[in-house]
Design a protein around this ligand. Structure first.
Ligand SMILES: Cc1cc2nc3c(=O)[nH]c(=O)nc-3n(C[C@H](O)[C@H](O)[C@H](O)COP(=O)(O)OP(=O)(O)OC[C@H]3O[C@@H](n4cnc5c(N)ncnc54)[C@H](O)[C@@H]3O)c2cc1C
Length: 131
């Protein structure tokens, strides 16, 4: 038995599991969106019921900066327009959660997706459905 010809592809060793998990492609607009909404609604769920003035101002700033740095330019453009027309309601957790729900519904409408009932935002993002 001679050695295989040089031009023949050589079997490659299986990558280590750790290397496999690192070779994941960057997120597309959908993956990015899903993760971002999860983060945003979860932030609303942990936002205080009685935030002080500093916290309210910080949250307004956070929403503005989120729109400024959101890494999908056409998404950010529309989101920023929405925020300009509909100022974030940050006086308490429920107001902020509902404001965010309406902002999300604005995108749902644009994409032809069903709108979410904003009265149920807490079940989805804070309390769960069995409470
Ligand atoms: C700020 C922002 C702007 C975006 N703009 C665009 C855009 O211009 N074009 C584009 O193609 N994509 C955009 N996206 C992504 C898009 O909104 C979706 O995230 C993506 O299409 C994946 O959709 P999905 O069906 O998996 O569910 P998602 O819309 O990501 O929703 C995730 C989950 O949130 C819950 N949910 C749905 N609606 C609401 C709501 N109103 N309130 C509370 N919970 C809700 C549902 O349980 C749903 O499964 C944007 C995302 C963000 C964060």
């Amino acid at each position: 038995m001679g050695k295989p010809a040089k031009s023949q592809p050589q079997p490659q060793p299986e990558p280590e599991p750790e290397t496999k998990s690192q070779r994941v492609d960057p997120p597309d607009v959908e993956q990015l969106g899903r993760s971002s909404w999860t983060l945003l609604h979860s932030i609303a769920a942990s936002y205080p019921d009685k935030p002080d003035d500093t916290t309210q101002n910080d949250m307004k700033q956070f929403v503005t900066l989120f729109g400024k740095f959101y890494p999908c330019w056409f998404c950010a453009e529309d989101f920023n327009k929405y925020v300009e027309k509909n100022k974030p309601e940050v006086t308490d957790s429920d107001s902020f959660g509902k404001w965010l729900c309406r902002a999300h519904n604005d995108v749902n409408k644009k994409l032809g997706k069903p709108e979410f009932d904003c009265n149920l935002w807490k079940q989805r993002w804070k309390d769960g459905w069995d409470n």
